[in-house]
Design a protein around this ligand. Structure first.
Ligand code: MTE
Ligand code: MO
Length: 172
């Protein structure tokens, strides 16, 4: 009995893995934690436009335009677990924003809250008119003089209350 030779293998086709849209997680003390792509940021909330200048210690002044939703609008949908009617409660909340390389920063809720700083901080969907779908969203802090909080390739945002200060020591 002749042995069947195996069928010729097709030439190895280059493996094509479509670029998975990057998503990042909004987590913490929230009513509705969210996993979002840049496309979600573009489709689910109104887009703002910002022309900004920030200084970089290594590269000097940078001029850019960004488009994207207000961080506040996105966070309102995530629903921080404070009592929204109580300003003191809101004033205790913090946000941390982390980038793909581990660079991270903090914001206070009060910075973006309309009753406090009311800063138009964005989660960018485009930088200088180019979509950020592949690179990931970037935090835009137009009121900052320097660029260190313009976290790029965002992988996560955490939101929760800050701890109270320790009781003062009796001799302090
Ligand atoms: N993920 C991430 N985002 C970052 C940084 C970084 O090191 N990692 N550097 C910040 C700094 S210091 C500046 S000035 C701005 C702009 O930096 P770039 O022009 O090198 O993008 O990005 C900010 N965002
Ligand atoms: Mo910088």
């Amino acid at each position: 009995m002749s042995r069947l030779s195996p069928p010729p293998r097709p030439a190895a086709a280059p493996l094509h893995v479509p670029d998975a849209p990057r998503s990042f997680l909004i987590s913490g003390q929230l009513r509705r934690p969210l996993a979002l792509t840049v496309a979600d940021l573009r489709e689910r909330w109104p887009q703002r436009h910002a022309a900004v200048v920030f200084d970089c210690a290594t590269n000097g002044p940078q001029h850019h335009t960004f488009d994207g939703p207000l961080l506040r609008d996105v966070m309102d949908d995530a629903g921080p677990a404070f009592d929204a009617r109580r300003r003191k409660d809101r004033s205790r909340y913090l946000l941390t924003v982390t980038g793909g390389d581990g660079h991270h920063t903090v914001l206070s809720w009060a910075e973006i809250d309309a009753d406090f700083g009311d800063a138009p901080i964005l989660l960018a969907t485009a930088l200088d008119g180019r979509p950020l779908d592949a690179a990931g969203s970037q935090l835009v802090v137009p009121s900052d003089r320097c660029g260190a909080r313009y976290i790029s390739a965002i992988t996560g945002i955490w939101c929760g209350p800050c701890p109270a200060s320790p009781e003062p020591l009796p001799w302090a």
